[in-house]
Design a protein around this ligand. Structure first.
Ligand code: HSE
Length: 460
């Protein structure tokens, strides 16, 4: 501790004891890490590798006292002092644990274990987006009741500190919308298919080997993982309860090379986006493949990278980019949360932190819109018989429905009698588009199912 001119103290806990011969509270902060998979292993490695730098940031030693795992990992070379057990409930009740780092994923037993840990006064760091999106309201309430905090930076967009950005960096703003590539596996698959013409299954297998994919990869492919993350982002952006069950979700499974090519010819890329938008009628929460202009920075985010574009009323648009999955990036977010909690333990009375868990002290009950109430532009592809008047029939239906066409393109014939027609529309309410498309689908000259992919300009 040093006395600076003007009479302010600056703290240096290391020298505090020496200078004043005081018994300062410099006990290490003790962690239990539950789960030694990609993220748990990455966090342990990072805490070891960067121990000196982290101590310099916090002024406090961080000690791992317990590891909860069913499959010990000798490769991690844990000190003998670390107690390893598969009994997670027992670990979180131990007195030599201040913070529980839950990185095992899945809803059960993570939910029960975290609840028990909080009852015993432990702070929580978790990367578990599924758990928070589906049970976060109860968990945050229990955290408040027990005066502990749940930190969850690693739950969304891997290594990008997007939760900190939204909860703290943009706190002066009213956030209007955000749109993000928030599933690294999905973006990796779409990028490899587009750039290298690789097969879907082959790229997915590689994503699993690289530790990007969820234990159940259908979560990545069907957009569920992105919907979990969008749920969390939207709550922090708009100050609303977590409402995963209201997210409209469509995966990447139906995106074809043909549509990727046609979109590119029209100056667009197809990205799998999570979009949360505040409208006068309520909030849109949607996850789906989306055409976006190829000159948008976010259109050029490829591979396992994530990016989140946030439109806020004072600052305007800001874009956050980085690795969305993998051991190092996710561990970076986990350990940053540990550092925050260590600081809170040192500098606040109960260590429960000063920032509201979902960014707002008062949550709002803004309604979430149904899919039919949402408004978006569209890419439509129709396979039609090559006959006079087909285009006129289709455009008449659209114009009668009040749908404005932005571009129309007849593609080279694919089979002997069928021509693909691609139409881009201005934004329109989905219910109107549903009605128009069912009329078009019913025309006898239309073959196969009409393809529709949503389109966003992302410019306001
Ligand atoms: N499966 C997730 C992804 C991991 O690919 O983005 C990171 O949350």
């Amino acid at each position: 501790m040093t006395l600076e001119s003007g009479g302010f103290f600056s703290y240096d806990l290391g020298s505090c004891k020496k200078l004043f011969n005081l018994e300062c509270d410099v006990k290490p902060v003790r962690l239990a890490i539950l789960g030694l998979g990609t993220v748990g292993g990455g966090a342990l490695k990072l805490l070891k590798e960067n121990a000196a730098e982290i101590k310099r940031r916090t002024g406090r030693e961080i000690e791992i006292t317990h590891v909860g795992t069913r499959r010990p990992r000798p490769d991690l070379d844990l000190p003998e002092s670390v107690k390893q057990s598969a009994d997670l409930m027992d670990i979180v009740r131990q007195p030599d644990v201040d913070v529980v780092v839950e990185v095992m994923g899945g809803i059960h037993p993570a939910y029960e274990v975290i609840m028990e840990a909080m009852k015993h006064g432990k702070h929580i760091v978790t990367a578990n987006k599924a758990l928070l999106a589906e049970h976060g309201n109860e968990l945050f309430k229990a955290a408040e009741d027990n005066a502990v905090q749940i930190a969850y930076e690693a739950a969304v967009a891997g290594g990008i500190p997007i939760i900190k950005v939204i909860r703290e960096g943009l706190a002066a703003n009213k956030i209007e919308w955000l749109a993000g590539i928030i599933n690294g596996t999905g973006n990796f698959i779409l990028s490899e298919m587009r750039e290298k013409g690789r097969a879907f299954e082959d790229v997915l297998k590689e994503a699993q080997e690289l530790g990007y994919a969820e234990a159940d990869p259908t979560f990545d492919v069907e957009g569920i993982d992105a919907a979990h993350k969008l749920t969390i982002l939207a709550s922090c952006a708009f100050g609303i309860p977590l409402q995963f069950d209201k997210v409209f979700t469509e995966g990447i499974g139906k995106v074809t090379a043909q549509d990727v090519k046609y979109a590119e010819d029209l100056g667009f890329r197809i990205k799998h986006l999570g979009i949360a938008r505040r409208t006068d009628a309520g909030i849109e929460l949607r996850v789906h493949p989306t055409l976006i202009p190829d000159d948008q920075l976010i259109a050029n985010v490829n591979g396992v990278k994530n990016a989140v574009l946030v439109q806020a009323n004072a600052v305007g648009p800001t874009l956050y980019y980085g690795a969305g999955a993998g051991a190092g990036p996710t561990a970076s977010a986990v350990v940053a949360d540990v550092v925050d909690i260590v600081r809170d333990i040192i500098y606040t009375e109960d260590g429960a932190g000063t920032i509201p868990q979902l960014a707002f002290e008062a949550l709002s009950d803004l309604p979430i819109l149904s899919r039919e109430q949402m408004t978006t532009g569209y890419y439509i592809r129709i396979n039609a018989e090559d006959q006079m008047g087909v285009l006129a029939d289709v455009t008449t239906i659209l114009s009668r429905a009040g749908i404005s066409i932005d571009a129309i393109m007849q593609q080279p014939r694919l089979s002997k009698d069928l021509i693909p027609i691609v139409i881009l529309t201005d934004p329109v309410k989905e219910s109107k588009m549903d009605a128009a498309l069912s009329q078009i689908q019913a025309l006898p000259v239309i073959h196969g199912e009409i393809v529709r992919i949503r389109l966003e300009s992302l410019d306001n």
